[in-house]
Design a protein around this ligand. Structure first.
Ligand SMILES: *[C@@H]1O[C@H](CO)[C@@H](O)[C@H](O)[C@H]1NC(C)=O
Length: 342
């Protein structure tokens, strides 16, 4: 009896625990350098980006060091970083243990990616389709199916739909939709994406919810007096509710799918309200430059006032988490939504 229970737990444990790869979709929060290979102004492949990355390399990550998905991969016993799919120097054998299709500046709304000439989300799926064929060509169709079926998919997207598209630009969308309708429109777009991934064999998919985007250092400019923009954070909460509902519905509809919504809003709010509890001195400005405006090409090696120790900052530039916050985000996800997958 004891032996058979042990065997049962062992089998269940290994079945649940076998994650051969972390596969990533989304925007700059999880782009390890795909934009380096595009004609877009939205890049981060120059110092001070990457100054705390192993080897002091500006890979294109919008961070002083590693992204949350890099930490996640390392915590799962996979490679310490998740590489960008578009890097032509990376062989498929290496990409088989993790890859990111994410593109900084993209969004759920195809119009968002057009504003900055980056990869639309459904185009990220086309790259994934190509990736799967390359896996099949190298390892055989059955092994490609196994890798794709057992991999953990992380999707981080939606911030740019608000901070690049809806709020600042007086774009078509802001004339066409109220902020609530726009959230509904974005959440509806998730269905096509999830169905395409599912059809290609993906089964364990996690959508990361939006942070309080009105408290991004850049958004404080619009909040007035340096405070958070409550209007922008409220839009993020409204979107999160709709995304969570869409995810729950699709999870029930598609066979074999385990689709989850990973809330991060309250955790990031707590970091911003109680930075000291997490070892931060500053959660209002980014480390780069004045910390209020600088992001991408505005954050460069000539930018004055960049902080000496990014670990004291929750944000590295005016939009993106520091490496230290990225590590905390990964730990939080592993303890919460991801726990069932590991
Ligand atoms: C990292 O590289 C930059 C230039 O690419 C250089 O200025 C800086 O001193 C380097 N930092 C370390 C710790 O080597």
């Amino acid at each position: 009896m004891a032996v058979s229970l042990f065997v049962l737990f062992f089998l269940l444990g290994s079945a649940a625990g076998r994650i051969p790869a972390v596969i990533v979709f989304g925007d700059s929060t999880v782009d390890p350098g795909n934009n380096d290979f595009l004609l877009t102004p939205l890049k981060a492949n120059f110092p001070p980006y990457g100054r705390d990355f192993p080897g002091n390399i500006s890979t294109g990550r919008f961070c002083n060091g590693r992204l949350s998905t890099d930490f996640l991969s390392a915590s799962l016993g996979l490679p310490p970083t998740v590489p960008p799919y578009l890097d032509p120097s990376l062989p498929i054998q290496l990409l088989a243990s993790g890859v990111s299709f994410a593109s900084a500046g993209t969004g759920l709304d195809p119009a968002t990616s057009q504003l900055l000439s980056v990869i639309p989300l459904m185009e990220e799926v086309e790259l994934f389709r190509e990736y799967k064929s390359r896996l099949a060509a190298h390892f055989g169709a059955a092994e490609a199916e196994a890798i794709v079926g057992e991999a953990l998919y992380v999707v981080s997207i939606g911030t740019n739909d608000y901070i690049v598209n809806y709020f600042p630009m007086a774009t078509e969308r802001s004339k066409q939709f109220t902020v609530g309708e726009f959230g509904e429109f974005l959440a509806a777009g998730v269905a096509e994406f999830v169905a395409a991934l599912h059809a290609l064999g993906a089964r364990k998919i996690v959508f990361v919810g939006l942070a309080p985007i009105g408290c991004l250092p850049l958004e404080r400019l619009t909040g007035g007096g340096g405070g958070c923009s409550e209007e922008h954070s409220a839009a993020a909460r409204g979107f999160n509710d709709r995304l969570e509902a869409a995810v729950a519905r699709l999870d029930g509809e598609l066979p074999g799918l385990r689709l989850r919504f990973a809330p991060l809003y309250n955790f990031v709010s707590d970091v911003i309200q109680n930075p000291q509890s997490y070892g931060f001195e500053n959660a209002e400005q980014g480390c780069c430059g004045t910390g209020e405006l600088e992001v991408s090409f505005l954050c460069n090696k000539w930018t004055p006032y960049t902080c000496p120790d990014a670990n004291r900052y929750a944000f590295f530039d005016s939009v993106h988490p520091s490496e230290k916050l990225n590590g905390l985000l990964s730990d939080y996800l592993l303890k919460t939504t991801l726990a069932e997958f590991i």
